[in-house]
Design a protein around this ligand. Sequence first.
Ligand code: HEC
Ligand code: HEC
Length: 327
Amino acid sequence: MQTRSRGLMVSAMALALAAGAATADEMAEYKSFFEPLPFLPPIPAHNSMTPEKIDLGRMLFFEPRISGSGVISCATCHNPALGWSDRIPRAVGHGGQVGERNTPTVLNSGFLESQFWDGREPDLEGQALGPIQADIEMNMSLSDAIDRLNEFEVYRKHFAAAFPEDPEPIRAENVALAIATFERTLNTPNSPLDRYLRGDEGAMTDSQKSGMRLFVDAGCVACHNGPALTDSNFHRFELPGSTDEGRYVVTGDEFDKFAFRTPTLRNVAVTYPYFNNGSVESLHDAVQLMGQQMLGQDFTDQELDDLVAFMHAMTGEMPRVEIPALP
Ligand code: HEC
Ligand code: HEC
């Protein structure tokens, strides 16, 4: 009995050495596959970041009166209390209509090299005016939105302060510039992963460290890499029952059928449900499906637990955004 339990202990230790406790050199090697999240994403030359623009963009982000119903703002679907998303499978917009796709978080969206599940917009400036006009989202024409904003003295002041050189500052283009500027402040640095990469050995648990190694060894990192853990590229992924053709709708290229942009994994633990149609509720199931479809691999329960634990290490500090007092 005694020999047996000693034997068990020894093999448990050997396992721990093989699985949990990699040498510092080995871990340095694994760390080199990742990048800590910078405090700010790249700022485009044509849209400098000023406090006035951030303030205005924040107001517009929470402003429901630039929607046809007067009750839907960006924050309705990108809700700060829900990981800047909505926690429902597919977005509900104007008149209660349910869209085709899951609402991605806007957290760290400044780090993405293309916007939307199908990458149809290159940047946040290009993205911002889409939802105002989309009939299933906010359903308002841009000229009506501009007219409405013009009614408020407070907006006339804020637009003039944000775009001092512009003789007619309340216009659609500036709405986009301001919202994009505000979004670039919505970053989540200092996650356990970031702190670990910067040298705080205790920032991640052993399970998270095992998950990190598996994430590299299994090949997740081939697509989920860079500061936001996405290659900003498109990969084929088929969800049961889904007819969404993804990137193909944008390019018309057969090769892009059912291809979707790799989403960020930053804060993925708080942005459930998952995938382009929100059909998968748990992170565990999402990771399992990724292993099977993207890598042809079935993970053990322990491996899944470790990978999920590692995903939790990507939850950063939420931006402290003051809810604006609107006119
Ligand atoms: C009715 C819900 C709804 C509203 C309102 C809404 N969005 Fe979205 N948002 C979505 C959905 C759904 C997507 C994904 C659509 C797609 O990929 O085709 C999305 C995508 C995005 C993305 C791209 C993120 C990524 O990972 O690609 C950004 C940025 C964004 N929205 C910002 C905004 C802004 C700014 C507003 C207000 C002007 C807004 N949204 C209003 C539901 C909404
Ligand atoms: C070939 C590229 C590729 C590989 C390899 C890959 N992924 Fe993904 N991942 C994607 C794409 C593309 C999506 C979006 C799929 C969709 O919803 O259409 C995604 C989505 C996800 C999601 C859901 C995120 C969300 O917000 O909906 C998680 C979690 C995830 N991947 C984790 C992993 C893990 C863990 C691994 C390794 C086991 C992995 N991925 C391997 C490309 C990849």
